[in-house]
Design a protein around this ligand. Structure first.
Ligand code: SER
Length: 583
C-alpha cells in the first residue's frame, strides 16, 4: 500500500473523517495565489467555526509554493506537492496527537525508533516550554538525547503573519547509512524533518497581539514527496515511485537518460505536474500575464525551454505525452484531473504553439545580445524586447542569463513594463474617449478607487506617501505605496472611511488633456512622470484628487459601491501593499 492510502486509513481507523482536498486556487481569498498548506482551507474551523464533518479530520491536500521556484532542479524541491494532514478541532490534544504519530511511524510504517528524533518548543517570554510534549515523547521511548528544545524560529508555526498558531513538535528521521548518532543534532543534515504536529491554541492578530483560541486544536502536516523518498531510501525525490513513470516518459520523448540531464528533466517533470494541477483546478486558469495565469505561463514556458535544451522535437506532442502520464498517476485521487483532462491538454498545446512561434528566434536574439553586450548585465531594453517580442517571461531571461554568469536589469525591466502598460491603456482610453476600452466596468471602478485610496493615504498617513505600483483584476485592487510602517487599525479605518465618504458624496470625475509640464505645475500626481508623453490626460475627482493617468474612470464616485481594505502587508523595504475590494 502506498503512503497516502496508509495514512488516510490509519487516521480513519482512529475516528477521523476524510475530507476532500480543497481547490488549489483559494475560493474567497484573493490575497494568496495558491493554497500553500493543508491547514489553510481549515482556518475558519481552527478559529472556532464548527466543521460539518466533526472534530477529527484527515486529508491529502494539494499545495503550491512559489518561494522555491528558483530551487527547482535540485533533488528535493517541488512547486506542487501533497500534504498529508490530520486535525483535532478542540478534541484530542498533545498526548494523543503524539501517540498517533508515533504509532503510525513505528507500527504502520515500521520505522525503527532508533532512527527517530524530535524537537519541542522551548518557549519564550509569553509561552512556557512545552514539557507536556517532551514527557509524552519520553513515555513512548524517545530518549532524552533525541529531544531538542528549539525556540520560536523553529518550533512555532503560523501561516504567514497572522492567524491561528502555536508551538509545535517536529519529528525527524535519520536518512543515512552512517551509524545513527546517540545524540540528536538538529543542525546535522542527515536528520530530515518528516512530520510537524502544531498545537494551535493561539491567534495572532494583524498587530501581533496573541490571544487564546476558543479551542485547543491539533494541525499536523507531512510532506508526501519527502517522506516517500525517506521511506524508499533515496536521496533524490525524483527517484521515488512518485516520479518514476514521469521521468521515464521524459527519457523516452527526449531519447536521453536521466543521469547527466537531471536538472532539465526535474524542471520539466515538476513544472508539467504543477501546470496540470493548476489548469485542472476548479477556477480553470488559462496562461496569461497576470496572477495565477502568469505563473502557469511561466511554468509551461520554462518547461518548454528545458525541453528545447534536451533537443526534444518541439513539433511533437511531447508536453501532452508527459502530462498524460501525470494525469494517469493522479486521476484516481483527484476527480478534477480526470474530468478536465482534455482542457489541461489543450492548455499545454495552445501555450506551446504560441511560444514555439517565437522561441527559436528569441533564443537566437538572446545569443546575439550576449555577443554585443558591454559588461555582464542584460539591459532593460533587451530584457523587455525578449519579453514583448519573443514572449520570454523575465524570470526565464534571468535564468538564461545566470547560465552565462550574467545578470539582468530587472528593475529597469519593470519600469519599462509599467510604462508600456500605461501607454497602451492611454492609447485605448483615447480611442474610446476614456470609456471602457480594454477594461471591464469593474476594473474601471477599481481605477477610480485607486485614485481615492492614494488621496486618502496622503491625508491619513502623510504627504510622503507615493504610489509605487498597482494591479487591478475584476476581483480586487492591489496598491503599493511608499510608507515606513505597518498601518495601524485606526489608520486603516480612517482611510476606508474617507474613501467611502467621498463615494457617498457623489463627486464627479473629470478629465483634461494638457501639456505634461503644465500638469505637473498644476500639482497633478504621477507615478512615473518621465515615462509619459508630452501631452497627458489629467483626471480630477473634485478637489480630492488630481492625477496624470491613462484612465479609464467612472463618471462619478457614487458608482463605486462600498470600499473595503482586505489586507495590508509589507511588499518590499519601505513599501506597503494594500489589497482592497469594492462591494
Ligand atoms: N501547518 C503545518 C505545516 O504546514 C502543519 O501542517 O507545516
Amino acid at each position: 500500500m502506498n503512503l497516502k492510502d496508509a495514512y488516510i486509513n490509519y487516521f480513519k481507523k482512529h475516528g477521523h473523517v476524510q475530507i476532500p482536498s480543497a481547490p488549489l486556487i483559494p475560493e474567497n481569498d484573493p490575497s494568496v495565489l495558491f493554497n500553500t498548506a493543508g491547514m489553510q482551507p481549515l482556518i475558519p474551523y481552527l478559529m472556532g467555526k464548527e466543521h460539518p464533518e466533526g472534530k477529527r479530520l484527515v486529508d491529502y491536500q494539494k499545495c503550491v509554493r512559489l518561494t522555491d521556484l528558483d530551487s527547482i532542479g535540485d533533488k528535493t524541491h517541488h512547486t506542487f506537492f501533497e500534504m498529508l494532514g490530520n486535525w483535532s478541532l478542540g478534541d484530542y490534544f498533545k498526548k494523543e496527537s503524539i501517540q498517533y504519530s508515533y504509532e503510525f511511524l513505528t507500527e504502520t510504517l515500521n520505522i525503527p525508533v532508533e532512527k527517530l528524533a524530535v524537537t519541542v518548543f522551548a518557549g519564550n517570554d509569553d509561552i512556557p516550554r512545552d514539557e507536556v510534549s517532551a514527557d509524552v515523547w519520553r513515555s513512548l521511548g524517545i530518549s532524552e538525547d533525541r529531544i531538542a528544545y528549539l525556540g520560536v524560529e523553529d518550533n512555532f508555526w503560523i501561516a504567514g503573519e497572522s492567524g491561528p498558531c502555536g508551538g509545535d513538535t517536529e519529528i525527524f528521521y535519520f536518512r543515512s547509512t552512517d551509524e545513527v548518532p546517540a545524540e540528536f543534532d538538529p543542525k546535522d543534515e542527515r536528520w530530515v524533518e518528516i512530520w510537524n504536529n502544531v498545537f494551535m491554541e493561539f491567534n495572532k492578530d494583524e498587530n501581533g497581539k496573541i490571544t487564546e483560541l476558543p479551542s485547543k486544536n491539533v494541525d499536523t502536516g507531512m510532506g508526501l514527496e519527502r517522506v516517500v523518498a525517506v521511506l524508499e531510501g533515496v536521496d533524490d525525490n525524483y527517484k521515488t515511485s512518485i516520479w518514476k513513470e514521469i521521468i521515464e516518459t521524459i527519457e523516452m520523448v527526449s531519447k536521453k537518460t536521466y543521469v547527466g540531464n537531471e536538472l532539465s528533466m526535474r524542471i520539466i517533470a515538476d513544472h508539467i505536474r504543477t501546470s496540470v494541477f493548476i489548469a485542472a483546478d476548479r477556477a480553470l486558469v488559462k496562461p496569461s500575464n497576470t496572477d495565477q495565469g502568469y505563473i502557469l505561463r511561466r511554468l509551461i514556458r520554462r518547461a518548454i525551454r528545458h525541453g528545447k535544451k534536451l533537443e526534444i522535437d518541439m513539433n511533437s506532442d511531447w508536453l501532452a505525452i508527459i502530462a498524460k502520464e501525470v494525469i494517469k498517476k493522479y486521476e484516481n485521487y483527484y476527480s478534477e484531473i480526470k474530468d478536465n483532462k482534455e482542457i489541461v491538454l489543450d492548455v499545454l498545446r495552445n501555450e506551446s504553439l504560441k511560444f514555439n512561434r517565437t522561441l527559436e528566434k528569441g533564443l537566437r536574439e538572446f545569443a546575439k545580445m550576449l555577443k554585443h553586450l558591454d559588461g555582464n548585465i542584460i539591459d532593460k531594453d533587451n530584457a523587455f524586447k525578449l519579453y514583448d517580442t519573443y514572449g520570454f517571461p523575465i524570470e526565464l531571461t534571468e535564468e538564461m542569463a545566470t547560465e552565462h554568469n550574467m545578470s539582468v536589469d530587472v528593475e529597469g525591466f519593470y519600469d519599462k513594463f509599467r510604462a508600456h502598460q500605461e501607454k497602451s491603456r492611454t492609447a485605448s482610453a483615447g480611442k474610446f474617449k476614456g470609456g471602457l476600452a480594454g477594461d471591464g466596468e469593474t476594473e474601471t471602478k477599481y481605477h477610480t478607487a485607486t485614485h481615492l485610496l492614494n488621496a486618502a493615504l496622503k491625508i491619513v498617513v502623510g504627504p510622503d506617501v507615493h504610489q509605487r505600483g498597482s494591479n487591478i483584476t475584476p476581483e480586487r485592487m492591489r496598491f503599493d505605496f511608499s510608507c515606513d510602517h505597518k498601518l495601524t487599525d485606526e489608520e486603516k479605518h480612517e482611510v476606508e472611511k474617507l474613501v467611502n465618504d467621498w463615494i457617498k458624496a457623489d463627486i464627479p470625475v473629470t478629465m483634461e488633456t494638457m501639456a505634461k509640464d503644465e500638469a505637473v505645475k498644476s500639482g497633478a500626481e504621477a507615478m512615473f512622470i518621465e515615462k509619459y508623453a508630452d501631452i497627458v490626460n489629467v483626471y480630477s475627482i473634485g478637489d480630492v484628487s488630481k492625477e496624470i493617468c491613462g484612465g479609464p474612470h467612472v463618471n462619478s464616485t457614487s458608482e463605486l459601491g462600498v470600499f473595503r481594505i482586505k489586507k495590508e502587508e509589507a511588499s518590499s523595504a519601505g513599501v506597503r501593499r494594500i489589497k482592497a475590494v469594492l462591494e
